[in-house]
Design a protein around this ligand. Structure first.
Ligand SMILES: [Zn+2]
Length: 136
């Protein structure tokens, strides 16, 4: 007659860990990743950023938002941010950081400079920065 042994707490924990992470790798300390696991995470994040950038560019193809056109004309190098499929960034006219562009709202936002608005505000902001450089 077979008897079922009551599983120990540590065996339950091990079984749960094996269910949650079905392919356990080498033993490591909590909070540390093996280099292969870190590589997998980096690859997954990189692929997601690339997928989002391609989707953001595809969404603008044929009918680019005027805020992106203006940022390009001003030499601010607009490019997909990558963290989702619609966010864009560009160099801030002050050049030391980036600002956010929203093609769907046709707006910019620079938290560092505390500026936001549409194409008119971007153009005025760029002109303002240029005028400050001329005075220096
Ligand atoms: Zn700024």
């Amino acid at each position: 007659m077979a008897t079922r042994l009551k599983p120990s707490r540590s065996r339950l924990t091990t079984n749960l860990a094996n269910r949650l992470w079905p392919t356990p790798t080498t033993a490591y300390l909590p909070g540390l990743l093996a280099s292969a696991e870190l590589s997998d995470i980096v690859r997954a994040v990189t692929e997601e950023l690339e997928r989002n950038a391609l989707a953001a560019e595809a969404a603008q193809r044929g009918h680019e938002a005027s805020i992106l056109k203006l940022a390009r004309e001003l030499g601010l190098n607009p490019r997909p941010a990558g963290h989702n499929d619609s966010a864009w960034i560009a160099d801030c006219p002050r050049r030391s950081h980036t600002l956010m562009l929203s093609p769907s709202l046709n707006e910019l936002g620079c938290g560092y400079c505390r500026r936001k608005g549409g194409p008119a505000e971007l153009e005025a902001f760029a002109d303002h920065v240029k005028s400050l450089r001329r005075k220096v």
